[in-house]
Design a protein around this ligand. Structure first.
Ligand SMILES: Cc1cc2nc3c(=O)[nH]c(=O)nc-3n(C[C@H](O)[C@H](O)[C@H](O)COP(=O)(O)O)c2cc1C
Length: 167
């Protein structure tokens, strides 16, 4: 497999921690981690396999660092790439905007044809999520506030699926 770049925005470190676990789940593949607080679109261009992660902040909001970089994604030619998304949220406190950051990240991608790694919606308890597209989440959804014990298994399963999709 070609190298993988994981880019994440994380305010309290929960998405950062999940990104580290995703890297570990890829085993011997080369995986580089980038916190968007310091990373750039130029860093993303180095990878044909990309993973983007964000937490959720209110109705429709991505983690702040994504706001800074999202419009620059038009500089990347996604046609020769694979992109998978993951999002963290809190379904108990924010059931009407659960993992909305993930949904907004997907919506604002300039090219969605490269997106792989959707995720079943079952097993979560919420009213509404922008990340719900046609009955599936647009990427892996983790809730370390309420379902921490499920996260490792979810990551393992998702990464196994990505190994078949990535270049
Ligand atoms: C002020 C505030 C607003 C939030 N809004 C949402 C939300 O609308 N939907 C959601 O699923 N989670 C929401 N969350 C939960 C965060 O997304 C969650 O705590 C996440 O794990 C934080 O990850 P991070 O530390 O990587 O930023 C909110 C948290 C705070 C403190």
């Amino acid at each position: 497999m070609e190298p993988i770049g994981i880019f994440y925005g994380s305010t309290y470190g929960m998405t950062e921690k999940a990104a580290g676990k995703i890297k570990t789940a890829f085993g011997r593949a080369k995986v580089d981690l980038y916190n968007l607080a310091t990373a750039s679109v130029e860093d993303m261009k180095k990878y044909r396999n990309l993973i983007f992660g964000t937490s959720a902040w209110g109705i429709g909001e991505m983690q702040d660092d994504w706001e800074r970089i999202i419009d620059g994604l038009t500089e990347i030619d996604f046609s020769e790439r694979r992109l998978a998304l993951f999002g963290l949220g809190d379904q108990k406190e924010y059931p009407e905007s659960f993992v909305d950051g993930l949904g907004t990240l997907y919506c604002r991608l300039p090219d969605k044809s490269c997106v792989v790694g959707d995720w079943p919606i079952g097993g979560y308890d919420f009213y509404f999520s922008l990340a719900n597209k046609d009955g599936k989440f647009v990427g892996l959804v983790l809730d370390d506030h309420n379902q921490k014990e499920l996260s490792d298994g979810r990551i393992k399963k998702w990464v196994a699926a990505l190994k078949k999709e990535f270049i």
